[in-house]
Design a protein around this ligand. Sequence first.
Ligand code: SF4
Ligand code: FES
Length: 362
Amino acid sequence: MAGVGADALHKPLGLLAELTHRCPLGCPYCSNPLALDAREDELDAATWDRIFREAAALGVLQVHLSGGEPGARRDLVDIAAAAHAAGLYTNLITSAVGISDKTLDALAAAGLDHVQISIQDADASSADRIAGYDGAFARKRALAAAVVRLGLPLTVNAVVHRANIERIGEIVDLALALGASRVEIAHVQYYGWALKNRALLMPTPEQVERAAALVDELRARHRGRIVIDAVVPDYYARYPKPCVGGWGRRSLNVTPAGRVLPCHAAESIAGLEFWSVREHSLVDIWTSSPAFNAFRGTDFLPEPCRSCERREIDFGGCRCQAFALTGDARATDPVCQLSPHHGLVEELAAVQEDRSYSYRRM
Ligand code: SF4
Ligand code: FES
């Protein structure tokens, strides 16, 4: 598809700003690509300032300052101030390791609106083992307390998998104790590093069933005290998720080096051409870049999506997963029970191994 008029398109609402791929932690399900951007290729703060102003003009309301660990950037406070000055609701997504209390104070003064802290488990030694970093858990508790003291809203994000899925109750209790208003129970999504570690992370069907029942119970028990976000993990779902709200429809992701992607894992799809903010404006990229136009809408979808009444609900699922499992990014996401490749998902979910993780390292 050639360039599309900006008016004919949906407006993006959210921008994921990956400020750096550097991170002291080594989570084996990290959503960063296997080929990480080097420090010397990172965009400078002035370029981020321009990106935020262009994003706001394009309709973006929310920016997520993410990484890697955004605290690895010495100019993080300047970058957050620029996002705030552009009129964006500014959320910091952090591992907590690398954000000192002093930096947090400066971020709050710069206009930061919200903090999301990832936790690896409710059990300290298991959490540090999964993160591949001794002492990470204690630092998370300390930063969460500082966030709440400053009056900033806090979300706890916990990625769950075979090693911690039995402790969802304790994870929700921890989020409550930390003063979070929301806890996200996010099952591992199998791209990049997680795909490499899939057999080590994959929960059993019994674990998934128990977890789903427990989440229902916890929601009822804690209604009004904390919001619990959770969805059925991909490989055990009947239908796929509307990944990123539809390709090129609601969000964009800028990598540390400036490539703009329709989703965080888009670079795992071979053959897509990504434009960079170094050469193009954000509006040009949103309307005309080949990668954004590759899977917009639903016209590209084959059967069974083409004649399925859910196609405007889930857009045929996740393009990155379709590519990872079938080699064809246009295919129906094999998570869908109607996909001709669905048997593959069932076979892969049954493969479980116990050995050391391949930690994500630069
Ligand atoms: Fe969604 Fe396609 Fe499955 Fe229908 S066939 S539920 S549109 S993935
Ligand atoms: Fe890329 Fe789902 S992660 S479309």
